[in-house]
Design a protein around this ligand. Structure first.
Ligand code: BTN
Length: 323
């Protein structure tokens, strides 16, 4: 069934009309079976138009994930470091998939669709099929690096470098782990850990980047958002996946060696809320003050009525204060 769906998507990917009869003949199934598969695609978040007399057409052309293209887009160091790459059609969450398996070395997982994509602070991450990028990296650390709290910030800097690689400049970072463009959220990062510090542990870093968010799926997104199709011409998910993997692997290596030092200046350059009046909540307290950027260990520095305060990432959320 899944193989038929994959082949159907391959035929529809060009964005042109295909009659039910032609699709059925190409796949060796009935027109009714095609209709069922198209309905199943709709449930995954793929917009398919059906026009009587003409057939089926995707709302927009689709670029399916392609292992060869992704691997070909990696530099040698990343290719050598990556022990396993899982490319999945549909999964609960790419983070959960990696977390539940043991790997020898560095593993990555990219999926066309997540049934239960997870964001920070228990939120859902809307993950329609074939529209955006959902990628996770599983990184084994011999022991937890001293700047560990800043790892997500380094991952944000590396993601920004990957976006610049594919022609998307002007990306900003919102502490701790959000990726912004034109004042709206383009992506986010979720870090999870396995193991018992200070012993060996694994970090599972997941990133979601909106590439071409379908209108229907966007109705469930509960904050201002943007996607790459609004920022650059014809973004390619395979090119983005390759650049992201390459940049993340290099960044995790550098972080393991030298900590946050090599990322801090770039993070401060990209800081969306530097100098703004903000409110930070971490579940225990809510602080207001003027954001003064990130410290050497990744903590957010806040100028408050009672002096300079530091907030560590954890589960904190930050927003611009209402004026
Ligand atoms: C956030 O901004 O709240 C973080 C979003 C992280 C989403 C990514 S998509 C790939 C990986 N798998 C998940 O379930 N979540 C992360």
């Amino acid at each position: 069934m899944r193989a038929t769906r994959q082949r159907l998507l391959g035929l529809l990917a060009d964005g042109h009309f295909h009659s039910g009869q032609a699709l059925g003949a190409a796949l060796g199934v009935s027109r009714g079976a095609i209709w069922k598969q198209v309905s199943a695609l709709g449930a995954l978040g793929v917009d398919v138009f059906r026009v009587p007399g003409r057939g089926y057409r995707l709302a927009r052309p689709l670029e399916l994930l392609d292992r060869d293209r992704i691997l070909a887009g990696l530099g040698n160091p990343a290719r050598k470091r990556l022990a396993e790459l899982f490319l999945l059609d549909s999964v609960n969450s790419t983070n959960t998939f990696l977390r539940e398996r043991d790997h020898d070395g560095v593993a990555a997982c990219i999926a066309e669709h997540q049934q239960a994509g997870r964001g920070r602070r228990g939120r859902d991450w809307i993950s329609p099929f074939g529209a955006n990028l959902y990628l996770s990296l599983d990184w084994p650390f011999a022991s937890l690096p001293p700047d560990f709290a800043a790892l997500g910030l380094a991952a944000g800097v590396a993601a920004r470098r990957a976006l610049v690689d594919i022609g998307c400049g002007n990306i900003q970072l919102k502490w701790p782990n959000d990726i912004y463009a034109n004042g709206a959220k383009l992506g986010g990062i979720l870090l999870e850990m396995r193991g018992e510090p200070p012993g060996p542990c694994r970090v599972i870093a997941g990133i979601g980047i909106n590439v071409a968010m379908p209108e229907a799926a966007a109705r469930d997104v509960d904050q201002p958002w943007t996607d790459l199709s609004r920022l650059i011409e014809a973004p390619s998910r395979n090119a983005l996946a390759a650049r992201l993997l390459d940049r993340w692997i290099a960044a995790f290596d550098a972080f393991e060696r030298d900590g946050f030092a090599g990322f801090r200046a770039e993070w401060r350059d990209a800081d969306l809320l530097a100098g703004c009046e903000v409110e930070v909540a971490d579940g225990r307290q809510c602080l207001s003050g003027r954001a003064r950027g990130v410290a050497a260990d990744g903590a957010l520095e806040l100028e408050t009525a009672t002096g300079l305060q530091r907030v560590v990432a954890g589960d904190a959320s930050l927003r611009r204060a209402e004026s």
